[in-house]
Design a binder for this molecule. Structure first.
Ligand code: GLU
Length: 290
């Protein structure tokens, strides 16, 4: 029997949702619902310095206004730190991870990619950042939409950080542990995360978790290489009149527009019926003209 589809949307609460995040949320929602699957929401709130007050609630309010109704309870990564720490302790005990105190400057002098030197020390440091021994070093994967994606082998082979020296857990660790914890079968998100996916694939292998499929969507950009983001003041989505933005996001994803209806859920249901993965443009980024 085939495993039932479980997808997710995993925003970081660093500001309100904008058009770029709507595209990612909608794309993952349509894909999950068109497979008769579940769609979960996870709030990736493990980087307090980058978070803004009440952003998580605003994000959830916006999803609701757009009719993007999730299944199950929301998972907050801030509630998962004990699990992350247990995993780190286990990895350290098994010598599958190690502390590193090398500075950015030192890493630059190594050519920009960490050469694993602290992991070879007889008496390694006992504090600092924590790096995984990346013995699997996956350098490519098959994206469900973009095809074969390869990354630079040096980047792929690096012993990367799983806990930062400031004590915060790295995105790579948390995302892999939580995709596994929530039983995600396919990760749908923007192409800005294509490159880190190989690292995530390595962690899934190292931790012996079932590896999900990955499907990356074109990224909404305002100029070449410049994704629309909270940092460059992308406009927050209008929650009172979601119909036009919903149609704009559908058009961005190459999907037919839907006749406007006051009940957004009726529009979404139609979008699910019409969803065609092959119609999504295969560009890593698309520049919005306004
Ligand atoms: N939290 C990440 C972000 O908002 C997305 C992580 C993911 O989808 O894997 O950019």
């Amino acid at each position: 029997m085939q495993t039932p589809y479980v997808g997710r949307f995993a925003p970081s609460p660093s500001g309100p949702l904008h058009f770029g995040s709507l595209v990612a949320a909608l794309g993952s929602y349509l894909r999950a619902r068109s497979q008769g699957g579940k769609w979960l929401v996870r709030i990736e709130d493990i980087d307090p310095p980058r978070e803004t007050a009440d952003a998580a609630n605003k994000i959830l309010h916006t999803l609701t206004a757009y009719g993007l109704e999730w299944d199950e309870e929301i998972l907050y990564q801030s509630h998962r730190v004990d699990a992350y720490q247990d995993k780190i302790n286990q990895l350290l005990t098994q010598d599958k991870a190690y502390y590193c105190q090398c500075s950015r400057k030192q890493i630059q002098a190594m050519g920009g990619s960490y050469d694993g030197r602290c992991g070879r020390l007889k008496t390694p440091p006992r504090k600092g950042a924590i790096r995984i021994r990346n013995s699997i070093a996956i350098d490519h994967f098959q994206d469900q939409h973009m095809g074969k994606i390869s990354t630079d082998t040096t980047f792929a082979g690096e012993d990367f950080i799983i806990k930062r020296s400031d004590g915060l857990y790295a995105y790579q660790l948390a995302v892999v542990m939580d995709d596994a914890y929530q039983g995600i079968t396919e990760v749908v998100r923007g192409c800005d995360l294509l490159n880190p996916t190989c690292r995530q694939a390595s962690l899934f292998n190292l931790f012996e978790y079932p590896t999900p499929l990955w499907l990356h969507l074109p990224l909404v950009c305002h100029a070449p290489g410049m994704k629309l983001s909270k940092q460059n003041h992308a406009q927050a989505l209008d929650t009172r009149q979601p119909q036009s933005s919903l149609n704009a996001a559908l058009a961005f994803l190459g999907q037919p527009m839907i006749q406007k209806h006051t009940d957004i859920r009726i529009m979404l249901a139609q979008a699910v019926i019409q969803f065609d993965l092959k119609a999504i443009p295969k560009h890593a980024e698309i520049i919005l003209s306004n």
